[in-house]
Write a protein that binds this ligand. Sequence first.
Ligand code: SF4
Length: 463
Amino acid sequence: MMSCEVKEKERAGIINPIFTCQPCGAQYASIGIKDCIAIVHGGQGCVMFVRLLFAQHFKDNFDIASSSVHEDGAVFGAVHRVEEAVDVLLMRYPDVKVIPIITTCSTEVIGDDVDGVVRKLNAGLLKEKYAGREVHLISVHTPSFKGSQVTGYDVALDAFVRTLAKKDQPNGKINLFTGWVNPGDVTALKHLLAEMDIAATVLFEIESFDSPLMPNGDAVSHGSTPVEDIIGTANAMGTIALNRYEGGAAAEYLESEFNVPAVIGPTPIGIRNTDTFLQNLKKMTGKEIPLSLVRERGIAIDALTDLVHMFFADKKVAIYGHPDLVIGLAEFCLDLEMKPVLLLLGDDNSTYKKDARLKAFEEKVDFEMEVITNADLWELESRIKNKEIELDLILGHSKGRFISIDYNIPMVRVGFPTYDRAGLYRHPVVGYAGATWLAETMANTIFEDMEHKKNKEWLLNVW
Ligand code: SF4
């Protein structure tokens, strides 16, 4: 068979999941907003584990609250705990303006009416006790038995925009929905916008996640998107959502509700997708692509050309993680003449099958390629173990590190979380800078592997 097939994992159950649950994605979106502390309505573990992941990935701490539902709440309902949590947060944090209330599996099953509580608090507590203080409560429905951390991010951004966006005068900006990315990606994207002289509302401004340790000992990290920016998304000249599954829903809402034209994708990983992103920016704003970016592109292409035929051609790669990231990486690998033979998407979103980018793989690839939905890390491991595939490289987050270690396959850490390598959140995978970083990191990883295995390592002498 020389083709690409998209199919669901055949085995029941999940062993070593690729994703965690929806509330994680909602929490990731929430920490991007300035003066915002989310309340996760559920048991404490729904926050504790997620905060730990964030802390591992960024080596920094983020404030997120929990309504801390216990046995009595699970039996009799726990909306009163949300009311108390909102009050406590507002008392304790005088600067907090935005409080997303993120539901979990337990509170969705109990059937707690979070929308009703928000209405009650808006009409009662906020008017009486906090009159004159700007407070936005946003209910975010993220039951864990649906979707994954990926859909949780999408649902949260959609809820923020639906609750906050208000029509006013045109603001002359574009909305850029980055999707679930790293601070280094935001820096790279803002650089491209600045070179094109385009003003943008970036959701979310997370460069500040890479936070300094200040002389006064302050080490708490938070995002810096002001709530006014989210309110103003209704007045933009257009929205570009870089990721279909992390921000696409909010972009479509702004188009249907406020006639803000939406362009969804491509995820600007690799040269080709970055070119398309810049063309989309040009079409939306009328701004030209400057020579400085043509030069940057040239530098990236020069770097890639040195590597493609000699080291990348025909290398077999497995990629797992967030769908837009995995697809973008696979497209880039194909451009680098590599063979992304296995793509693992960690949830069962029924729209993956209709994704035009996956359909393009079905038509284009001339080798055996599989895209597995609802996949887990065992799917990767068992194929390697049973010698169903032979791999030259793995691309994915740190949860798969033992597969790389145990089976001696080189791996480039990419995605979320990447806690077993230093400072990766600082490096972009998007834009021309991201293409260069990715290609050179893949190359250097392969070089080290050649040396360790004494596999044509002499090539590096004569390169
Ligand atoms: S699966 Fe449910 S209980 Fe566990 S972290 Fe997710 S929302 Fe919380």
